[in-house]
Design a protein around this ligand. Structure first.
Ligand code: ADP
Length: 256
């Protein structure tokens, strides 16, 4: 379970990215995080694997107060969490399988990861992960010869090879076309259902969020303004999630 209790995050430049965030996410949920650009979605999910530290409140993952983890403990903790990015974060000039195998050596410097020799058991796990996302036939192809959708699947396979309890995906379909986006969302949905992995996705496409995710968390200026079922979302709720300062002041002006 992921538990935010009154969490606030302030960046060193003084930007308050999250304010008094309290929310619980149970194991196996598939959650979309939506909101305007700059509202704090990325900060929200990056705090969960300690890519960013919080300033106040408590953030627990499986009952561990993650702010108290140090050095090696943080690295061990992160093995439980697969991370997917908009830009795929793959090494493009090497093969697909080498990229997936990198999941086993997160602590090694990059040059060692890609020179490394991996045991047969790890290769099997990597191949199974590629099979799971239907790109086993590309295992020995160089990543730069794949389409964007295929590359995102490699990233997903790499996350799966870690055998994670949680996958955090930061705008995973933002650079894909609509058809490919749906295919990648289908993969997330299937993986969530089959493996009971909790998946949190930052996504700017509301239609996709509502179509695929059971639960939606709406963030506006660092605060959670909606947390509930996708099915219960109304236009009014969407307006409150996507209200910018300007729209807010226009509304206030109308009422005056
Ligand atoms: P979103 O993912 O919704 O676009 P972010 O979490 O990236 O929002 O950003 C929330 C706020 O924090 C924004 O005002 C952004 O400019 C600021 N921010 C994000 N990352 C940093 C950083 N590393 N340093 C300073 N400010 C940041």
């Amino acid at each position: 379970m992921i538990e935010f209790d009154n969490v606030s995050k302030v960046y060193p430049n003084g930007v308050k990215a999250l304010t008094d965030v309290s929310v619980q996410i149970e194991q196996g949920e598939f959650v979309a995080i939506i909101g305007l650009s700059g509202s704090g979605k990325s900060t929200f999910i990056r705090c969960i694997n300690r890519m960013h530290d919080i300033q106040s409140g408590t953030l627990k993952v499986n009952n561990i107060n993650i702010s108290q983890l140090k050095g090696k403990e943080i690295r061990q903790f992160r093995r439980n969490i697969g991370m997917i990015f908009q830009s795929f974060n793959l090494v493009k000039r090497i093969s697909v399988i080498r990229n997936v195998l990198a999941a086993f050596v997160p602590d090694l410097p990059a040059w060692r990861k890609f020179l490394g020799i991996f045991p047969a058991e790890q290769k099997m796990i990597a191949l199974e992960a590629l099979d799971n996302v239907h790109i086993l036939d590309k295992a020995y192809t160089r990543v730069d010869q794949l389409s964007g959708g295929q590359q995102q699947r490699v990233a997903l396979a790499r996350a799966l090879a870690q055998n994670p309890q949680i996958i955090l995906a930061d705008e995973p379909v933002a650079s894909l076309d609509p058809v490919t986006s749906k295919q990648v969302m289908d993969d997330f949905k299937r993986i969530n259902e089959e493996n009971n992995i909790s998946i949190l996705i930052n996504i700017h496409d509301v239609e996709l969020a509502l179509a695929y995710c059971d639960r939606v968390i709406g963030i506006n200026k660092g605060r959670i303004v909606y947390d509930g079922k996708s099915a219960d979302i109304t236009q009014e709720i969407l307006d409150s999630i996507y209200r910018s300062d300007q729209a807010g002041s226009e509304k206030r002006a109308e009422n005056e």
